[in-house]
Design a protein around this ligand. Structure first.
Ligand code: URA
Ligand code: CA
Length: 442
């Protein structure tokens, strides 16, 4: 088939046929079409969109562009995926909790992307941890422990790998059909049957408005329904970092703190982790109602069963599970300094993308693809939106490699915060639940 005619059709806003979409995904996977033609088609899709049928076809074609895993497990394989956040360590909390309740969490995670953090980078902050496992070992850990977290393997959804890299450099990331097909093609290829999607909304998210986030959530739920997979999407807030800790080892520490019961269960990170985990238990069939699922998870939290599962998972993946009892075994930054509040008042808003970017520039993320991560650096937000602050009080503790980096980061953080004289509301956490029945405001 003539690739130019596919670009031409989408340029004119026409619906692409199943065959045209298959040719596109295959060409991306095989490298048989040059980057400039793939890029032109990506931009045509970004500008003219795709309908639900085209988006579902593209997802399946991308999933089938490489290996399709069909893991043999004694339960339904469940997975959770976030569209990308800052200080979002829910995976390291909910995977062990769900496993402690009998779930089979087959988790394929990403690395940090742009200003957002990635679970695979966080896991590598744990001494010895292996995030690349042969497929049979991955599946056997899921079967025995109940959860395993690994990086995306090169054999899965190779079309997405190529297209994602092109989108990143051609301003075509922010397209609902392209995001939806990218996320779900990888989940379908990894064999997950029940998938909970955390679609972030707000200043730190890919989609900044609730309306766009709901559209993305709906697109993904529809694809799942067409493909016979159970997909539930939660639209949740990303107006400020979800946890207080931002940075790889710091976020692992916070996850351990939550599982060890050192953090109140109504703190945003714990609350959202339990809410998403409850939908995973529903998808996996371990609970019948959301309330029952939440109670099971809270029981696993309070009894220490979740922390025990995290230890088992770390051990099975080659890591040193003693970090769970002694968090000082995690890498620690040499320069730890406070950021004093510039005025009296209340924290009104954060530019959450700028906060994520500040951590990235400290070395917690990559600026270029080949950069290595500094696992120790980052910061701890001491205040949340709505909190009162007093001039000079510590609002953020920096964990930096050098004093110079700390000084630069303090400036970036202050520039990302807005204060007000009048009391203001806390940031909203849950917005909507989107499933096959429709959109349910939360
Ligand atoms: N995460 C993905 O895997 N793909 C996207 O397109 C966006 C977020
Ligand atoms: Ca954005």
């Amino acid at each position: 088939m003539d690739f130019l005619s596919i670009i031409e059709d989408k340029k004119l806003g026409r619906e692409l046929s199943r065959e045209q979409i298959r040719v596109f995904a295959q060409a991306a996977a095989e490298g048989s079409v040059p980057d400039y033609q793939l890029s032109a088609l990506l931009m045509a899709i970004r500008l003219n969109g795709m309908n639900a049928v085209e988006t579902a076809e593209l997802t399946l074609a991308m999933a089938e562009s490489g290996a399709m895993l069909a893991p043999e497990l004694s339960g339904i394989p469940v997975d959770k995926h976030s569209t990308g956040g800052v200080g979002d360590t829910t995976t390291l909390i909910l995977a062990p909790l769900v496993a402690a309740c009998g779930g089979k969490v087959l988790k394929m995670s990403g690395r940090g992307l742009g200003h957002t953090g990635g679970t695979v980078d966080k896991m590598e902050a744990i001494p010895g941890m292996r995030v690349t496992l042969p497929e049979d070992e991955f599946v056997s850990i899921v079967e025995q422990v109940g959860c395993a977290v690994v990086g995306q393997s090169a054999e899965l959804a190779p079309a997405d790998k190529r297209l994602y890299a092109l989108r990143d450099v051609t301003a075509t990331v922010d397209s609902i059909p392209l995001i939806a097909s990218s996320v779900l093609s990888k989940k379908f290829a990894s064999g997950a049957k029940a998938i909970v999607l955390d679609v972030k909304t707000g200043s730190g998210a890919l989609m900044n408005t609730e309306e766009d986030s709901i559209r993305l959530a709906k697109a993904m739920v529809d694809i799942g329904a067409n493909a016979g997979r159970f997909v539930t999407a939660v639209v949740s807030g990303m107006q400020e970092p979800l946890g207080s800790h931002v940075g790889n080892a710091l976020e692992v520490k916070e996850a351990i703190d939550v599982l060890a019961g050192r953090v109140p269960e109504d703190t945003p990170l714990c609350f959202v982790a339990v809410y998403l985990g409850a939908h995973m238990l529903l998808g996996g069939g371990q609970a019948k109602t959301l309330e029952e699922a939440r109670e099971m998870l809270l029981h696993a939290l309070h009894s220490g069963a979740g922390l025990k599962k995290l230890k088992e998972m770390i051990h099975a993946q080659g890591g040193d599970e003693r970090v769970c009892d002694d968090i000082h075994m995690l890498p620690e930054a040499p320069v730890v300094v406070p950021v004093p509040a510039p005025c009296d008042g209340f924290l009104k808003a954060t530019d959450c993308t700028a906060l994520g970017r500040a951590a990235q520039l400290m070395g917690a993320g990559r600026i270029r693809k080949e950069d290595t991560i500094d696992p120790a650096v980052g910061f701890v937000m001491e205040k949340r939106i709505g909190d009162r602050v007093q001039k000079g009080e510590n609002i953020c503790t920096l964990h930096a490699r050098t004093a110079e980096s700390a000084a630069e980061t303090a400036q970036r953080i202050l520039a990302a915060l807005t204060f007000t004289d009048t009391p203001c509301e806390k940031a909203r956490l849950l917005y909507d639940l989107v499933d096959v029945q429709g959109v349910h405001p939360l």
